[in-house]
Design a binder for this molecule. Structure first.
Ligand code: NAD
Length: 456
């Protein structure tokens, strides 16, 4: 063990349990168990692997309330959202349970024989996740990886290890081989790096900050190890003058204040065509005031606390020396509360326009015309998500092609569906998760030529 970490309920700011932090030696033992489990798993018939994944989904479904309650307590997520997250883990497992029987190779016409391709599992996959959506992001990694025949060692974030630990137990309860899905809580520097550096870890799926992702990629490069990186964002919510302003304004708070803004897809910049700026702000104000911040255990609450005191202080630093244009409400302490804020930055180099806040603070900017709107949306090193609000179908299509982001929506703020690919451009990451191709990203394509003695 490398010591322990206090697990805190962010809605009251009090520790309620401790979790041991894995040492490098423990990560090594977990990877050893995973290697053995993977061999057993890959030897099962595809239908049996599919059945076990469906059973895992059923166990997660049966334990949905328990998982949701753990997430409410550990992460401060409102209970409605946490229930959705537990259901999403179930759905992701069900969706990818079809993959073992559908990883179909090719038969390629060649001279002198038969050529066949196989999608072979990589072996052991390391999945490193952040604290903002601990169970859903873990499932995006482990479900397709397991479905493709791999074992997974999952490293949760220090602050939020509980649902990852519980999901690994539920995998065992469902009958998956012992060691196939293990959670190793620990620090990034010790357990995270030990996992990335381990020679028997064939691939790393990392979700977290761009700085850490860059470090993970550099470590993985030493062993020419593939990585999927899901990193930060500074996404734009583009509202054109011809948009349904009522709909755009009503949806805007959810697009950035959901999960207290601790969302890589948060539309933390609202770009509004200047001719409708005032009309849009008039509609936004009541929506911001109506945003319900409070006890995450209460149904109907839309936003809980931030994850930690340190994170709340970092978010608060973005408001130093300024008066927000609009401010929602939040309970007084104890707990890591922060009232949502809408800011109109004046300087084009304002840090609110370039840095990821990862909290409930949104910057509003005006633009003139489509070209400037697109240019502002792209004026960021990130490229994760974004929205375009317009009634002009042609504009919706044009602008969605012109904005350099991996997950865009038109007249909607949704980014994630497990049936569609998700991931970032530019510094928001490399590779895609979810969608029909995700299991393929956890395989090597092997080509075999069988000589048949025919004339070449
Ligand atoms: P973080 O980078 O600090 O940590 C993420 C994970 O990496 C944690 O488990 C941490 O322990 C581990 N880690 C830290 N240092 C490491 C190292 N040297 N080697 C290996 N692992 C290490 O990020 P965070 O603060 O937990 O999460 C917030 C960030 O995550 C934000 O930037 C957010 O945008 C991003 N994020 C991205 C997505 C996406 O899908 N693109 C989703 C959620 C969050």
């Amino acid at each position: 063990m490398s010591g322990s970490f206090a697990v805190v309920d962010p809605s009251i700011g009090e520790a309620f349990t401790e979790v041991a932090m894995a040492s490098a030696a423990e990560v090594d033992r977990a990877v050893g168990r995973a290697v053995r489990a993977q061999a057993r798993w890959a030897a099962l018939a595809p239908l049996d692997r599919a059945r076990l994944l469906r059973r895992f989904a059923a166990v997660v479904d049966a334990r949905g309330e328990e998982l949701a309650a753990l997430e409410v307590r550990n992460s401060g997520h409102p209970v409605d959202g946490a229930r959705w997250e537990a259901g999403h883990v179930r759905d992701v497992l069900e969706y990818f349970s079809a993959a073992p029987e559908r990883l179909i190779g090719k038969q390629i016409p060649v001279a002198g024989g038969i050529d066949v391709t196989f999608h072979e599992p990589l072996g052991v996959v390391g999945v490193i996740v952040p604290w903002n959506f601990p169970m859903t992001i873990a499932a995006w990694g482990f479900a397709p990886a397991l479905a493709a025949g791999n074992a997974v060692v999952l490293k949760p974030a220090e602050w939020t290890p509980l649902t990852a630990l519980r999901l690994a137990e539920l995998a065992l309860e469902a009958g998956l081989p012992d060691g196939l899905l293990q959670a190793v809580p620990g620090t990034g520097a010790v357990a995270g790096e030990a996992l990335v550096r381990h020679p028997d870890v064939a691939k790393v799926v990392f979700t977290g900050s761009t700085a850490t992702g860059s470090r993970v990629m550099a470590l993985a490069a030493e062993q020419v190890k593939p990585v999927t990186l899901e990193l930060g964002g500074k996404s734009a919510n583009l509202v054109f003058a011809d948009a349904d302003l009522d709909a755009a304004a009503a949806a805007a708070p959810g697009a950035v204040f959901d999960n207290a803004g601790q969302d890589c897809c948060a539309r933390s910049r609202i770009l509004v065509e200047r001719s409708v700026l005032d009309a849009f702000l008039e509609r936004l104000e009541p929506a911001v005031r109506a945003w319900r911040v409070g006890d995450p255990r209460q149904e109907g609450v839309q936003m809980g606390p931030l994850v930690s005191a340190a994170h709340r202080d970092r978010v608060a630093s973005f408001l130093d020396g300024r008066t927000p244009l609009m401010r929602g409400s939040a309970p007084d302490g104890p707990g890591f509360w922060f009232a949502p804020a809408v800011v109109l930055p004046e300087a084009p180099d304002d840090r609110l326009l370039s840095e990821e806040v990862f909290g409930p603070v949104v910057a509003v900017q005006a633009f003139e015309g489509e070209a400037e709107g697109v240019a502002l949306a792209n004026a960021t090193r990130y490229g994760l998500s974004g929205s375009i609000w317009t009634r002009d179908l042609g504009r919706g299509l044009r602008v969605s092609r012109a904005v350099r982001s991996g997950a865009l929506s038109v007249n909607s703020n949704s980014s994630v569906r497990y049936t569609t690919p998700f991931g970032g451009m530019k510094r928001s990451g490399i590779g895609r998760e979810l969608g029909p191709d995700a299991p393929l990203h956890f395989t090597d394509e092997k080509n075999v030529f069988y000589a048949t003695g025919d004339p070449a």
